[in-house]
Design a binder for this molecule. Sequence first.
Ligand code: ADP
Ligand code: PLP
Ligand code: ZN
Length: 291
Amino acid sequence: MECRILSIQSHVVRGYVGNKSATFPLQVLGFEVDSINSVQFSNHTGWFCLFRVELETIFYPWYCKDKSFLEVVVSIIQELKKATPGLVYVCDPVMGDHGLLYVPENLLPVYKNEVVPLADILTPNQFEAELLTGRKIKTEDDAVEVMDLLHEMGPDTVVLTSTDLPSKHGDQFLVALGSQKTSKVFRNPDGTSSSQKICMDIPQVDAVFVGTGDLFAAMLLAWTHHHPKDLKTAFEKTVSVMQHVVKRTFTYANEMAGPGNKPSAAQLELRMIQSKADIENPSVVVEAKVL
Ligand code: ADP
Ligand code: PLP
Ligand code: ZN
């Protein structure tokens, strides 16, 4: 059966964020991708502008400044869900990172009350998960509780793509967690939840990448499609793709920068095309732990 994806994200002329980060890898995996570009920019904001852009577009312009854009997305999803039973909506809530909100505060209730309840798969980072639930994540138990609260808001699958939790393997690892509801009745009579919870320690590469969150969400959609009841496998394949891509990118960026120099944001643009074979058939290089 043909699988079609409607991808609503930003577009950049040069580089890889938003739809540029999602379309090619999904097509490589055999999905038909229809895209709506929420905005178009010359490049992401991490590096100097290739073309002249208005000053206001330099300040996180792609994150729908406007509440009405998010409302439009909500109505599109509602219509599509009515027309297409079985449609899966993956929501990567773009709200902020590390305590910094990139969108106006009035978007928060729209996310909480309208967007998240429609989502089947939700991929917030730690800060976004905290904003949506009003709970801080300081321990693994907190993260588990936050993922359960997010399940209660709607999505059957929740992945915290990056957290500040300490890894048991040391500070060279970043911790991601996921949870998938395993039955329709989520709460057992004793109040415990029925879900599979997994945790992964991801080897950290010493650079800041952009567009990785968007690639992560795209690969999670692809791999949960192939493994709908096995979040552990989908998660391992997703994170393995990420590892191959960021490592290849890092090696290339350092070669370009030359010895002793820090690579620029432009040099750190994801090596997406060069990673085609890893995207198609990722060798699993990280193992998830079932909690
Ligand atoms: P978010 O948009 O959710 O904050 P990030 O871009 O921080 O997402 O991370 C998404 C995924 O990208 C991580 O789960 C990880 O697999 C990968 N990733 C991002 N940055 C790095 C890094 N410096 N080293 C290794 N993996 C990274
Ligand atoms: N979209 C655009 C246009 C951006 O400039 C950025 C970051 O700079 C992002 C999206 C966010 O990318 P991600 O969260 O995937 O790293
Ligand atoms: Zn993100």
